[in-house]
Design a protein around this ligand. Sequence first.
Ligand code: NAG
Ligand code: NAG
Ligand code: NAG
Ligand code: NAG
Ligand code: NAG
Ligand code: NAG
Ligand code: ZN
Length: 928
Amino acid sequence: MRLLLLLVASWAVLGVTLADSSYNYFRLPTALRPQKYNLRVLTHFEDPDHLNFAGTVKILVEVLENTRNITLHAKNLTIDQSLIELRDTSSDNKENCISSTEVNPIHDFYVMHTCNELLAGDIYELTMPFAAELNRQLEGYYRSSYNAPATNKTHWLSITQFEPASARLAFPCFDEPNFKAPFVVTLGYHKRFTGLSNMPVKEITPNEKIADYIWCEFEESVPMSTYLVAYSVNDFTHKPSTLPNSTLFRTWARPNAIDQCDYAAEVGPKVLQYYEQLFGIKFPLPKMDQIAIPDFSAGAMENWGLVTYREIALLYSSTHSSLADKQRVASIIAHELAHQWFGNLVTMKWWTDLWLNEGFATYVASLGVENINPEWRSMEQESLGNLLTIFRKDALESSHPISRPIEVVSEISESFDQISYQKGSTVLRMMHMFMGEEAFRSGIQNYLQKYSYANAEQDNLWESLTEAAHKHRALPKTYDIKRIMDSWTLQTGYPIINITRDYSSGIAKLTQERYLLNTQVARNHRLGCWWVPLSYTTQAEQDFRNTTPKAWMECDAVSGEVLPKTISGLPGKDQWIIFNTQLSTLYKVNYDERNWKLLIETLTNGDFERIHVINRAQLIDDALYLAWTGEQNYEIAMQLVDYLRREREYLPWKSAFENLKRMKNIIRQTPNYEFFKRYLQKLIEPIYQHLNGLNDTFSGIEQQDQVLLKTMVGNWACQYQVDDCVPVAQAYYRSWRNEVEPDKKNPVPINLRQTVYCTSIRHGSDEDWQFLWTRYKNSNVAAEKRTILSSLGCSREVWLLQRYLALAFNPQEGIRKQDSMWAFQAVAFNEIGFHLAREYFIANVDAIYKFYHPITKDMSRLLTPLSEQTFLQSDFEDFKNFVNTNRASLKGLEQAIQQSLETMLTNVQWKERNYRQVTRSVEALLDK
Ligand SMILES: *[C@@H]1O[C@H](CO)[C@@H](O)[C@H](O)[C@H]1NC(C)=O
Ligand SMILES: *[C@@H]1O[C@H](CO)[C@@H](O)[C@H](O)[C@H]1NC(C)=O
Ligand SMILES: *[C@@H]1O[C@H](CO)[C@@H](O)[C@H](O)[C@H]1NC(C)=O
Ligand SMILES: *[C@@H]1O[C@H](CO)[C@@H](O)[C@H](O)[C@H]1NC(C)=O
Ligand SMILES: *[C@@H]1O[C@H](CO)[C@@H](O)[C@H](O)[C@H]1NC(C)=O
Ligand SMILES: *[C@@H]1O[C@H](CO)[C@@H](O)[C@H](O)[C@H]1NC(C)=O
Ligand SMILES: [Zn+2]
């Protein structure tokens, strides 16, 4: 909290010194509107020390109000003011001119004062030359490279990354999402390269001035926001897709990785076709390209018609990628293609509603993947994964609403977080479930139709959905979607609902308040009211299919306060009830002790499969959270967890491990770890046996999520040295080391590689480490590289871990900047590495900041392992002091730091309140 205040104060100071700059509002003036862009960019790769580009942009600008100035965005561009031209196309191309210019560095404005007034109603043609270095910073128009093994030479390529606000680094433009305009892009480059952009090539002509250079002109695009413009000059090869009747679809990669494009080339057009049918709108462009970029900061970017990816997000190797890797590729492709409608066709008016892009793309991607690969059951997996993430993130006081005010670029960047993506997706799923298929789908289709090629805000979506819901009788006429959904998108957090049953009358009383992990927050800071669709079932009924609400918790229209709610007709004292069928809504439930005990009885007596698998995961998560924050006790929670000895499904285990991990991160640093360790061994043993341990039984597994379960259980089993896990892992590793050509032949089962590598490094020699590091350097597959990076941090040798930390931030060593955080995280999540990583971070914070600047997002990920393992008041205080004295090197991480500090604080509270209780409950179960 304090941090944020200080920050605002320092901006205010900056604002004062610039107060004489004539325009200081964060949005562009509305007197002008771009109608069309003509963009020419010439790219030079000849001299590796001076990779650069130069270009000209011609913008047709419509004048809406008379004005004497033109304000647009430009950042880090060399612009020769004397060459700027301005003509009034509505008045015989009458010449106007620029009398002076100024810049506003806070908002990246470039302001041109015109010689003569621009007249409302007229259309002007503004021509601006610009030039810059092809930067190394993974945003704007930047460079990437790869090494071609055949020649051992560096090959350069160029690529754009404009979202959210970096088109201004590549050319002067009106860089706000609501200024949509068609683009005609022309790229100039040496003829041995290929040029790609949003649209297909229209015409290639020789460059009159530079020998062997060409101009490649692309067709005019549909109207689009600047952040979706994309172009690249590269020497990649491509794989065409062959799905009948689909849009022309190509997948691009460096030549040596083209054999990893088959899967993406197959999935892409399938998903695109599914969306055309789901949304009832054809994909509007004549082609789609997807391209894997070696240096890339985000996961992927949905540029219209030219989607860019990190290699790990697009490339798939059947000999190196695990099932989880494959599912990630499908899910990211599905996400980016969903954006072609949600984001590209209909765009948020302003970044406040970023979630309309990201929440939708995340949710729709789950539908897309479920459609093409139903056997993965990925809809359930992703829904639960999102819920588990948001239950944690949004239980922090320092969280924020889905829809939030945005003024500066760093705030936009911070919004690309789990709240926009996962919480956004979760509330859409909630609507889908309470409205039903027909109403939801028709509401979405109407919304997309209505706002095509335009911009919308969330109220526009609510309108379309309300209309559809009423038409399909999916919602009482007295309810509207806006009233319900505002409580989810404008409010931070989510509720906990207390259910107090009166067993003789069959009535339950429901109350709600905000759920927070920080137990010292006063009651009046937990106020809030959410419109909650209530679904539930009873032990006799056991209907987990129907997610239609049987009732609603409502909020007072005027005061916004919670209206009292009771539910009657419930069964007697020998039967449980469960609320929130299939976890359709984001809330936690607490029952009275009797109901919990009835549930535990069903879970432990072998009838647990009658409870829906997602609700089993819910019960575990709820019980462990409520014990963490003291609303229930650990005795009940651990008794419930104990049923897992019979559980054979993936989702409940996933939920359990997520929670146990948080406890482990603290307890393993304390004297009582032994009990916890022994208990986990006892808990994991049966499922480990059931899945045949690490033995290679994968080809016999039919249900695909059992593969994920086996991978996850194997990982925990080796950490806790269950059964034969460690020796089997080591045997696999030895046989790999004995291969003559280990880069070509790897006998370790793909889905166990992470566990096998990590375990063998953990218990292995210096040579084992060196062997794996060499494999990293020689690997050609991004997924394999990542697996290795995460495993190299498992060593217990202090010197190796120190060396690894240094390697991670030295680009000469072969770890790309975007991947360094995986190395750091691997060290930091290791109980020995944790202390080294923390020291390293504190000692090198300036260098790390410079390393990541200006993309601080990755730096914020380094904080996660540090905060999750800190639980001593003194360490917490130390970290607070560190933050306060190093604000300059933590700029742009304000949100992440507040959340880290709060996580540390809740750990401190947990240790003080629960440590003994947990130990006692675990000991009791050991004796059982
Ligand atoms: C440009 O002119 C408009 C009025 O036409 C004025 O409101 C605005 O402040 C001016 N901006 C600059 C940067 O001079
Ligand atoms: C902007 O230009 C400065 C000076 O040329 C350079 O140091 C900086 O890295 C550039 N920033 C970006 C994002 O390109
Ligand atoms: C490739 O070139 C680099 C330096 O340009 C050199 O250090 C390295 O040994 C070469 N590798 C091979 C396999 O020739
Ligand atoms: C492709 O389109 C043609 C003509 O529209 C149609 O006759 C044919 O059945 C379609 N093929 C598939 C596989 O959908
Ligand atoms: C819910 O129940 C818990 C434990 O019984 C209690 O501490 C809390 O105050 C209750 N909350 C509400 C909103 O009634
Ligand atoms: C793995 O296979 C070996 C050899 O067949 C067997 O002895 C061992 O019990 C198996 N391990 C597990 C956990 O199933
Ligand atoms: Zn996205």
